[in-house]
Design a protein around this ligand. Structure first.
Ligand code: 6GU
Length: 237
């Protein structure tokens, strides 16, 4: 991570699954505050845009120097700029990035970054959605978390990513745990039946219905069997 605000990462890196993976050396995250590479007396990292206009622009020098000091010239790993102009980050990007031994995330701030950072330092640009954040840090944490949980040993065996929503292309089926009745609301009978084939069929069908209801865009791209299609057609309102 190359950021002006390394303190923002403390909570995320110290807690829960990511914290455990870091403590067990299954994941390493290096935080680089590139302000430390600014050479002027005030450690300036931003400046006014040429041609005028609102907002400040992140200067190229200290970010280039910080990345090259950490990763060499040119860096041999992906260098990803987080920006609302980037390609929308998807599960397939997380799966792709999880294959690399390392990658760098560059967090922009202020009104934007000098175009030479995009053109000559970043190897790709990612956005986490169509809304604007104050900086790339939260987006970098989202990308880091989504990739980290795909690295072998980061999730426990109880937390397998194979059945994730977005890995299967469908939303996850409904989950229930004890008690079997809570405030008069019962767990679906089939889940208590012990019939694993019936449970698997129910879950698949619930995932199909739920995806059609909430994310019809995903259903179009999902890998459906003849049986899936038949079921959905029968359920048509
Ligand atoms: Cl990567 N950065 C910022 N500043 N805002 C965003 C974003 C990134 N992705 C969505 N909104």
């Amino acid at each position: 991570m190359f950021t002006l605000f390394p303190g923002m990462f403390g909570g995320v890196l110290g807690e829960s699954i990511i914290g455990r993976a870091m403590a067990h050396d299954r994941l390493e995250v290096r935080l680089h505050n590139f302000r430390e590479h600014a050479t002027d007396r005030h450690h300036t990292v931003d400046d006014y845009p040429y041609g005028g206009g609102p907002g400040m622009v992140l200067k190229p020098e200290s970010l280039f120097t910080a990345v090259e000091a950490a990763l060499g010239t040119p860096p041999s790993c992906p260098v990803i700029l987080l920006t609302p102009q980037g390609k929308p980050f998807q599960q397939k990007d997380a799966e792709r990035l999880a294959q690399f031994p390392a990658f760098a995330l560059l967090c922009g701030h202020y009104g934007g970054v000098d175009e030479r950072i995009r053109q000559h330092l970043a190897t790709e640009e990612l956005s986490i959605g169509d809304y604007v954040l104050t900086g790339g840090e939260l987006a970098a944490m989202v990308v880091m978390d989504a990739v980290a949980r795909l690295i072998p040993g980061v999730l426990g065996s109880e937390e397998s990513p194979a059945s994730d929503s977005h890995t299967t292309g469908l939303l996850q089926y409904p989950l229930y745990t004890r008690p079997p009745e809570f405030r008069g609301w019962s767990v679906p009978e089939v889940l208590l039946s012990g019939n694993h084939q019936a449970i698997a069929r129910w879950r698949r069908r619930q995932a199909l219905l739920r995806t059609r209801e909430k994310r019809p865009d995903l259903l179009v791209k999902a890998d459906l069997t003849e049986e899936d299609r038949r079921f959905l057609n029968e359920q048509e309102p």
